[in-house]
Design a protein around this ligand. Structure first.
Ligand SMILES: Cc1cc2nc3c(=O)[nH]c(=O)nc-3n(C[C@H](O)[C@H](O)[C@H](O)COP(=O)(O)OP(=O)(O)OC[C@H]3O[C@@H](n4cnc5c(N)ncnc54)[C@H](O)[C@@H]3O)c2cc1C
Length: 453
């Protein structure tokens, strides 16, 4: 049995802790924030407690649902067919089936045909690795035409990547589309989205209780500043406190990991610092009444300061979960250089509410009960050109030190399911090494993880 220190109490760190503890290891999780969950943590907006950033579960989320079963929460998932909308600047249109598509005014018939062919073509690609060498915008423009790119693809990409779509490779859209195809069920051909009543607050509470029963030690409010390899294990320091571990796993974003880990090679540092991250600035709003009833509304109008509208109450039972109120999210996915990082909450709120009123002129000031702004600088790594070739190694050159995070989710989009798949695959590899004759982490890092739904 080894003493494992896991830096980061997000779902990656917690899932790894769970699987390591099940394998009989002694595990401590150190989380910088006062609460567990990282991007999936919950907070309060007005009198509504829900996820800081919106989350859905998909029917096809195999890894996530297995964990939810272990927590005895899977059977309670509330599943729904949701609707999607498109705001073009001239109006709000629904886009859910063939009839909506034929009526959609932003594309002519030829454009619609080209877009349809592009999607069919994408669905037939089995391995997206070769697309890593192809610039995303060029690929989509070649396949669908400039007008379709501007009216459909750009808003879809901006809703997830902000301006970073200009740096991304074609593998991004392929992997994203794959998660959505996987969600389409048999004859229904309709996406089913779900949520656990109580949201991630409840999931995390049950997860923490399970980990405690398994003997995992969890310390929150413990930002790790230094990880120093010793002759025999590691010293990990957080403030005045030092911890001794035999093995350390860092789940923080790559540039943060580079800052706290000592003993890495120059090449490892360069790779860790070279990952391009997409961030998000996201407003949560509690309203007295529903908006348009679309779970997700894409936005083609470039003057709107957020990149999508997520109406959570179109999925979640508002009466039971939100006391009859409406919860919406306005995310702005951004590059690290975006001007909005320089604005305070008041300014962001002002600009976002102005944008919301342009989309929904009938929303009155007294119908908005509460607003809260969340920020996350490192949400996920942008799949830039030849991404896999430049990935930082997970099993580092420092024996016993592993650095793993969402940057290692390759050719698949970021979601809790993929995060958990990554956790399980990594633990499997680490335990295999422990079981083998070779000391940990002295073999070269095998190919990066390709997680599939
Ligand atoms: C806007 C948004 C929408 C999303 N929607 C969905 C969705 O609908 N469905 C879905 O499945 N997924 C969704 N996701 C993705 C999901 O949230 C992630 O897949 C998952 O939370 C990633 O977990 P993680 O542990 O890898 O990272 P994180 O949650 O970022 O965890 C890393 C943790 O490390 C901690 N840390 C960093 N540095 C240190 C340090 N020095 N010392 C100690 N601790 C440290 C951080 O505080 C953090 O808690 C969404 C994410 C966002 C942002």
């Amino acid at each position: 049995m080894k003493r494992w220190g896991i830096v980061g109490g997000g779902l990656l760190g917690l899932t790894m802790a769970h699987r390591l503890a099940q394998a009989g290891q002694q595990v401590t999780v150190l989380e910088a924030a006062p609460e567990l969950g990282g991007l999936a943590s919950a907070w309060q907006v007005g009198d509504v407690t829900w996820d800081r950033f919106y989350h859905v579960v998909m029917l096809s989320d195999r890894y996530l649902r297995r964990l939810l079963s272990e927590l005895e929460l899977d059977a309670g998932i509330d599943w729904k067919v949701t609707r999607a909308g498109f705001f073009t600047g001239k109006g709000l249109y629904q886009l859910n089936n063939a009839i909506d598509y034929l009526r959609f005014p932003a594309l002519n018939l030829i454009d619609k045909f080209r877009l349809g062919l592009t999607i069919l073509y994408m669905a037939r690609i089995e391995d997206g690795r070769r697309l890593e060498a192809v610039p995303l915008e060029d690929w989509l423009t070649r396949l669908s035409g400039r007008r379709v790119f501007e009216n459909i693809w750009r808003p879809l990409l901006a809703a997830k990547l902000g301006d970073n779509y200009k740096k991304a490779s074609a593998s991004f859209i392929w992997s994203y589309a794959r998660r959505f195809y996987a969600a389409r069920q048999g004859g229904m051909k309709t996406e089913m989205f779900g949520y656990v009543p109580g949201g991630y607050a409840r999931i995390l509470e049950c997860f923490a209780a399970l980990l405690a029963r398994e003997g995992v030690v969890i310390q929150t409010g413990r930002p790790v500043q230094r990880i120093v390899p010793e002759r025999d294990g590691f010293t990990v320091t957080s403030g005045e406190t030092a911890f001794a571990f035999d093995r350390v796993v860092v789940t923080a974003a790559s540039p943060l990991a580079a800052k706290i880990c000592e003993g890495l090679t120059e090449d490892e540092r360069r790779r860790l610092q070279g990952v391009t991250y997409n961030g998000v600035i996201c407003a949560s709003l509690v309203l007295t009444r529903p908006l348009g009833g679309y779970y997700l509304t894409y936005i083609t109008d470039r003057d709107i300061p957020f990149t999508a509208v997520i109406e959570m109450s179109s999925l979640v039972d508002a009466q039971q979960q939100f006391g009859g109120k409406t919860l919406i999210y306005l995310p702005r996915y951004v590059t690290g250089e975006d001007v909005f990082w320089g604005y305070d909450d008041v300014e962001i709120e002002r600009r976002f509410l102005e944008g919301l009123r342009r989309m929904y002129p009938d929303v009155k000031a007294d119908e908005i009960l509460a607003v809260r702004i969340a920020r996350a600088r490192q949400v996920y790594a942008v799949s830039t050109l030849n991404y896999s070739d430049n990935l930082p190694p997970m099993l580092t050159s420092v024996p016993g030190l592993t650095i793993v995070n969402s940057a290692h989710i390759v050719n698949a989009s970021l979601a809790v399911n993929e995060t958990m798949a990554l956790a399980e695959q990594t633990v499997e590899r680490l335990l295999a090494r422990e079981a083998g004759a070779a000391p940990a982490n002295t073999e070269p890092d095998p190919a990066p993880l390709v997680t599939a739904t």
